[in-house]
Ligand binder design. Structure first.
Ligand SMILES: Cc1cc2nc3c(=O)[nH]c(=O)nc-3n(C[C@H](O)[C@H](O)[C@H](O)COP(=O)(O)O)c2cc1C
Length: 193
């Protein structure tokens, strides 16, 4: 797909067919992630590929518990209706794990997020690659990080930048609207055009 079309075609998907991905599809998605930029080219990411049904159920339960805690704390009304079945039906979940210690020279300048920024670029590359293969995905973060890390055996010094379900979308997906770009000329000003 042309880049300009691809970048607009990618959609967050919350209902998947259960058709498994091929090994080639998974490899192509991971490879796209590897080509993301990173501070000092440290490539601070690792991937956990989850296809095991029992583990997906465990992941879903951790996400459901997070959802319930939001509901119990008086969180937004939609949280009570947010279905998480897609975590089990998606044929694969890929956890992108990042080493926050690999943020490059940012540590000298109080820039704390270099590694997470790189992992985010990695995730976006992966999501675009999925769309290009006729699949869709979701950047999923609705879980208590420590519980998810424990379930996936991710060491405590690392972080999960996102859990990415990927598969064939069950339905056509509608694009949520975008705001106009707020652009400042030369310097930031109170009014942007
Ligand atoms: C860092 C990050 C975390 C997100 N976490 C969730 C999530 O936990 N659950 C979810 O349904 N969507 C999540 N999203 C997806 C956004 O809701 C979605 O990108 C946004 O509504 C725009 O829709 P689009 O991706 O189809 O363009 C997340 C997106 C980002 C970038």
């Amino acid at each position: 797909m042309e880049f300009r079309d691809l970048v607009k075609a990618r959609r967050s998907c919350r209902a998947f067919e259960s058709t498994p991905l091929t090994d080639d599809q998974i490899s192509a998605i991971l490879e796209a992630g590897l080509w993301a930029p990173s501070p000092l080219n440290l490539q601070p990411w690792e991937f956990v590929v989850i296809t095991d049904a029992q583990l997906k159920t465990q992941v879903k339960e951790i996400a459901e518990a997070a959802r319930q805690s939001v509901v119990d704390s008086g969180g937004p009304g939609w949280a009570g209706k947010y279905g998480m079945d897609f975590i089990e039906t998606a044929p694969v979940l890929i956890a992108v794990v990042v080493d926050p210690g690999k943020g490059g020279l940012g540590s000298y300048f109080d820039q704390k997020y270099g590694a997470m920024q790189a992992a985010s670029a990695c995730i976006q590359n992966m999501m675009l690659a999925a769309t290009d293969l006729g699949l869709e995905s979701l950047w999923f973060t609705f879980f208590a990080p420590q519980k998810m890390q424990a379930a996936l055996n991710v060491p405590e010094n690392l972080e999960i930048a996102g859990l990415i379900p990927i598969g064939k979308p069950k339905d056509a997906l509608k694009a949520p609207p975008r705001k106009e770009a707020k652009v400042h000329q030369q310097r930031y000003s109170k009014s942007a055009t």
